[in-house]
Design a protein around this ligand. Structure first.
Ligand SMILES: C[S@@+](CC[C@H](N)C(=O)[O-])C[C@H]1O[C@@H](n2cnc3c(N)ncnc32)[C@H](O)[C@@H]1O
Length: 183
């Protein structure tokens, strides 16, 4: 996502990821798009920037890689400390839907890559196993957890959308698209 954001804004973009393979993909795509990026291997829980940022965003439901409240709280505090006053933090995450979980649990799926999901409801966790054996987990969060994280980090909710077309968030929404702001 760093590439389209750099193209759309014309601003310097720093891309942080803990995965060297993902950074390599970003490097390749930036070269193809003739875009300059500052790509850094790092953990979002340790986020630090040289100058306070106008915008920090965590796309692709990336915050769901963090297993615990403590991990998320720490990340939000690092983000708040890295924003300039008035700066924004934006992210998206799915809203857990038990109908979808019941349908997908244990089923092989082909998109975006062949994989199988297992739902561990007691730990609000989805274990995803790729057909090549690689495993990864996501921990879903509720609306009140997101609002709580905004509050404890000293941020303010600016917008909560139910999708990328800025749909209003309502009881039927299945995606949190959140914009928070440092006062
Ligand atoms: C859905 S991908 C988003 C990919 C990419 N960052 C982008 O913007 O297109 C989520 C990414 O989060 C990264 N990730 C997972 N845990 C992380 C952590 N604690 N700190 C930083 N990155 C992490 C994964 O390596 C993965 O590449």
């Amino acid at each position: 996502m760093a590439v389209p954001v750099a193209i759309a804004t014309g601003q310097p973009v720093i891309g942080v990821d803990s995965s060297p393979a993902m950074l390599e993909q970003a490097r390749r795509k930036a070269t193809e798009a003739n875009v300059e990026l500052d790509l850094r291997e790092g953990d979002m829980r340790d986020l630090a920037v040289d100058e306070p940022a106008a915008l920090i965003y965590c796309p692709g439901r990336g915050l769901l890689h963090l297993p615990t409240w403590a991990d998320r709280r720490c990340t939000f505090e690092r983000v708040a400390a890295s924003l300039r006053p008035g700066g924004r933090f934006a992210w998206n995450a799915f809203a857990f839907d038990h109908h979808i979980a019941a349908r997908l649990d244990g089923e092989r799926q082909d998109e975006p890559v062949p994989h199988t999901n297992r739902y561990a409801v007691g730990d609000n966790r989805i274990d995803i196993t790729l057909n090549d054996g690689a495993k990864i987990s996501l921990w879903w969060a509720t609306k009140n957890e997101w609002l709580g994280l905004i509050e404890v980090a000293g941020l303010e909710l600016e917008e909560l959308y139910g999708g990328f077309a800025r749909e209003p968030f309502d009881d039927d929404s299945r995606e949190y698209v959140v914009v928070a702001r440092r006062p």
